[in-house]
Design a protein around this ligand. Structure first.
Ligand SMILES: [Zn+2]
Ligand SMILES: [Zn+2]
Ligand SMILES: [Zn+2]
Ligand SMILES: [Zn+2]
Ligand SMILES: [Zn+2]
Ligand SMILES: [Zn+2]
Ligand SMILES: [Zn+2]
Length: 490
């Protein structure tokens, strides 16, 4: 569910009202309770039912009896101001829920006090100013005082209260679009969802990055980091070049013998990197021996090379599919135009939703196939999960996975080809193409779903870490604009 700037106040009000009605408390107490339980009304209710009202109120820091004072209770005619300690008539002072009162002459003082706290970001828990009093201030009274002089602080106060609904709420997050669309998204049933906002930005609700299922958020982050830092490339340079011991420029080895000569004229040994003289034979540099170290150094270079080529293999395939996705995303408009032209022609097929849903399936499947490569890189690397899965089991898993991945990938390419088919070709056998698109879409959907299931199974066998992935659905979840009906909230 999407929460726009306009519906934010309403959505928040609904939750506040529920708590106010349920427990007969004032709005500031309902707010304090909900902030404490991260705006999860159900959790609050269940704590109330379990631990009891007084215990919950104490935990949140509210007075045990925070109900509205019965109107019939007689009020004393004078009160003592908590700042100047003068006794003043009731009418010339503001009395807080806790009974502490502050006279109008001291208004400047508490205005100052509130302003400082609000500017420090304490709006959500403004407390009574009396010494050691922890009672949360009546929001109306705070507004009245601030309206007296400081409209900037008042605006900030209101905004903080409003935005608490998003920032303190585990089930609501701002849409991460740049520039920001102003919407927030509310989800039910945990954070693992891939969402499309009204602004059409798609993202993972949990980590706020672009959708990345069937990779878990943590694996996706690992992959992004791996691609970002050049450490692998640096690795390549260190395994193919050595820096000169004199001027430290990299020198590439391009002949069999181990004596390197830098452009600065310095000679050095390729194996150990130390400076030597020029005299040498193929297997020996005069007056130099690198000792035992050379074997280790060579093994390390060979390992680095293997690791690198493995990574590059997965990286290239991931990249290739991401590039295809970018290209296909540009097709949306073209496909739409193609449909409009086809609709105007007198063909036996009138309805083209199959082409649109085929394209949506293609987006979902393309991203999944792309992400399946980084997944395979981590899963079968005998590194990240080496304590969870034996190398033999891992090798078997990999064969199974690659079979499914390959089948799936073939269908994705078929679907892509069908969707991009030029209309002249389409026209010749429109009902035949329609049938093919429909069946390939359905098959792709099934294979994609199976791939998710397999990945969930494989990650399920990992006990050293928990990996959650967004559950499979044929499309990215589009949020609905209407706030849930009143009935659904209760
Ligand atoms: Zn006073
Ligand atoms: Zn007080
Ligand atoms: Zn948005
Ligand atoms: Zn994520
Ligand atoms: Zn040099
Ligand atoms: Zn030589
Ligand atoms: Zn050496």
């Amino acid at each position: 569910q999407v929460i726009t700037a306009e519906s934010l106040a309403l959505a928040q009000q609904q939750d506040l009202q529920r708590v106010m009605d349920m427990f007969g408390v004032k709005i500031q107490h309902a707010r304090a309770l909900l902030i404490h339980y991260r705006w999860n009304v159900e959790v609050l209710f269940s704590y109330m039912a379990e631990a009891g009202r007084d215990a919950v109120f104490r935990r949140v820091g509210l007075p045990a009896l925070a109900e509205n004072q019965p109107a019939s209770q007689p009020l004393p005619s004078t009160v003592t101001c908590g700042i100047c300690f003068d006794d003043v008539p009731q009418a010339d002072a503001t009395q807080m829920d806790c009974g502490h009162a502050f006279c109008n002459d001291c208004k400047a003082g508490w205005l100052e006090n509130f302003t400082v706290k609000i500017m420090e970001g304490e709006s959500r828990k403004l407390k009574c100013m009396a010494f050691k009093c922890a009672t949360i201030c009546d929001e109306e009274k705070v507004r009245a005082v601030l309206a007296f002089r400081n409209s900037e602080a008042l605006a900030r106060y209101e905004r903080c209260l409003l935005e608490s609904y998003i920032e303190d709420n585990a089930a609501v997050k701002w849409c991460p679009s740049v520039p920001h669309c102003g919407n927030a998204i509310k989800v039910e049933g945990g954070p693992y969802w891939e969402i499309e906002c009204l602004c059409s930005h798609q993202f993972c609700f949990n980590c706020l990055k672009l959708p990345h299922s069937p990779l878990s958020c943590s694996l996706w982050e690992l992959w992004e980091r791996k691609c970002k830092d050049d450490s692998e490339t640096n690795h390549w340079i260190t395994s193919h070049t050595k820096s000169c011991p004199k001027c430290s420029k990299p020198v590439e080895k391009n002949e069999g013998c181990n004596l390197m000569t830098c452009r600065c004229g310095q000679h050095f040994c390729w194996k150990c990197g130390t400076a030597t003289g020029a005299a040498h034979s193929y297997e020996h540099i005069v007056g130099h021996s690198c000792g035992r170290y050379k074997e280790e150094a060579e093994t390390r270079a060979a390992d680095a090379k293997r690791t690198l080529s493995r990574y590059l293999h997965y990286y290239k395939l991931w990249r290739a599919h991401m590039d295809s996705l970018k290209f296909e995303e540009k097709q949306e408009q073209l496909v739409q135009e193609k449909i409009e032209r086809l609709e105007q022609r007198d063909l036996i097929v009138k309805d083209y939703t199959w082409l649109k849903s085929g394209l949506q399936m293609l987006y979902k499947a393309r991203r999944a196939v792309s992400c399946s490569y980084p997944f395979a890189f981590f899963m079968f690397g005998n590194d990240l999960f080496k304590d969870d899965i034996s190398p033999e089991q891992n090798a078997m898993n990999q064969v199974l996975f690659e079979d499914q991945q390959q089948q799936f990938e073939e269908q994705v390419e078929r679907l892509s080809m069908l969707i991009e088919m030029p209309e002249e070709v389409l026209e010749q056998d429109i009902s035949g193409v329609r049938f093919k698109v429909l069946s390939v879409t359905a098959l792709t959907d099934r294979l994609c779903c199976r791939l998710y299931e397999l990945i969930e199974d494989l990650l399920g066998s990992v006990i050293s870490a928990t990996h959650h992935i967004a559950p499979y659905s044929s499309q990215v979840e589009r949020v609905s604009a209407e706030p849930a009906s009143k009935a659904a909230w209760f």
